[in-house]
Write a protein of this length. Structure first.
Length: 309
C-alpha cells in the first residue's frame, strides 16, 4: 500500500503542557503534520504500544468536541505504570493534526492505515523500540488489524471492535428508525456496498450518506473485520465490555472465533469508553463526558499482562 508520506522528516519536542515523561512528537507529511504523545515508561523494556483512536473526530486522548472522557490518555498512563511505553496520536483532520486532513471527498479508510504504518516505522527506526504492539479502539480496531497486515508487529489488542462490516452495522442501526427512513436508506446503502455512489440523497439522510462522504464509506464497507483478523499470524487480545451500548459482546465473539490465536476478555460492567457504567442507556452515556472517572479496574491489567507474557 502506498503511503501518503513524501519525506522522512520527523520532529520531536517536549510538550510544555505534558507530564515530564510525555513528549509531543510530530510526523511531517506532504499534506501537513501529524501529532501525537509519546510516553516512555521509566522501567521500559523496549516495548511500545501504538494506540489508535476510534471513529469520527476523536483525538489522541479519546475525546471530541462533544465529549471529554480522557479514556485513551488514561490507558496510556496506566500502561506506563506497568513498564509499557505508548504513542497515541490525533487523527488526520483532528486537533493538532487538523491541517493534515484531506478534503472529505479524498478521505479513504486506507488513509488511517497508512498513517498507523508510518507511526510504527517512526517508533521502530527513530525511537528504537524492539517490540511493537497495536492497540485499536472501536473503529481503530479495524485500522489496527489492517495495519498489522502491512508492517510487522508483535501483538495486537482490539478494544470494542466490531466483527462485521460497517455496512451491516449501519443496517442494524437503521432498523430502529421509522419505516420511511429505512425505505429510503436501504437502496442507498446497497449501492454503496457495491461500490457505486449515489448522486441524490434525501435531506433526512444527508448527514449519513452525503455525496462527499460516500467514497470513504465505500472504502470502509469493503472490509469484513472477522475475515481480516483471520489473516493475522500473531497473538491477539479481543477486549470488550459487557455494558458497551455501542458494540455488543457478540462482536467480540465474532472477532475472537475468527482466529485461533485470539484470546477474548469481557470486562463486566465496562462500557464503550472503558469506564464502569450502568447498563441503563442514559446513565451510561453520562459517563462519556466525565474525564474524572477512572478506567475500569481490569482494563490496564488485562492488556499489560497480555503484552508481557
Amino acid at each position: 500500500m502506498k503511503t501518503l508520506i513524501a519525506t522522512a522528516l520527523l520532529i520531536a519536542s517536549s510538550s510544555a503542557l505534558a507530564s515530564p515523561s510525555e513528549t509531543e512528537v510530530t510526523l511531517a507529511t506532504t499534506t501537513g503534520a501529524l501529532t501525537g504523545s509519546l510516553i516512555k515508561a521509566d522501567n521500559d523494556q523496549g516495548t511500545v504500544a501504538l494506540i489508535i483512536a476510534g471513529s469520527g473526530p476523536t483525538d489522541r486522548n479519546g475525546n471530541n468536541a462533544l465529549m471529554q472522557n480522557n479514556s485513551l490518555q488514561l490507558l496510556a498512563e496506566g500502561l506506563a505504570t506497568q513498564g509499557i511505553s505508548s504513542l497515541r496520536y490525533d487523527k488526520r483532520g483532528v486537533a493538532a493534526s487538523l491541517d493534515a486532513g484531506p478534503s472529505e471527498t479524498d478521505l479513504r479508510f486506507s488513509t488511517y492505515v497508512d498513517d498507523a504504518v508510518l507511526w510504527l516505522d517512526y517508533l521502530r527506526r527513530e525511537q528504537h523500540f524492539k517490540k511493537l504492539v497495536i492497540i485499536g479502539h472501536s473503529e481503530g480496531s479495524l485500522v489496527g488489524i489492517l495495519t498489522a497486515q502491512q508492517t510487522p508487529v508483535s501483538k495486537l489488542v482490539s478494544i470494542a471492535g466490531v466483527g462485521v462490516s460497517a455496512a451491516k452495522i449501519i443496517r442494524v442501526q437503521l432498523e430502529a428508525q421509522p419505516e420511511v427512513v429505512k425505505e429510503q436508506a436501504s437502496p442507498i446503502l446497497a449501492k454503496l456496498e457495491q461500490g457505486q455512489t449515489v448522486a441524490e440523497v434525501p435531506t433526512m439522510l444527508n448527514a449519513l450518506f452525503r455525496p462527499s462522504v460516500q467514497p470513504y464509506l465505500i472504502s470502509w464497507f469493503q472490509y469484513d473485520p472477522a475475515k481480516e483478523i483471520a489473516k493475522l499470524q500473531l497473538p491477539l487480545l479481543v477486549l470488550q465490555g459487557s455494558h458497551d451500548i455501542q458494540v455488543d459482546t457478540l462482536q467480540a465473539t465474532l472477532l475472537a472465533d475468527a482466529n485461533p490465536q485470539a484470546q477474548k476478555v469481557v470486562i463486566d460492567g465496562m462500557n464503550h469508553i472503558l469506564k464502569l457504567a450502568p447498563q441503563d442507556r442514559q446513565a451510561n452515556i453520562q459517563t462519556y463526558n466525565n474525564p474524572e472517572l477512572p478506567l475500569a479496574d481490569k482494563v490496564v491489567s488485562s492488556i499489560s499482562e497480555f503484552i508481557k507474557k
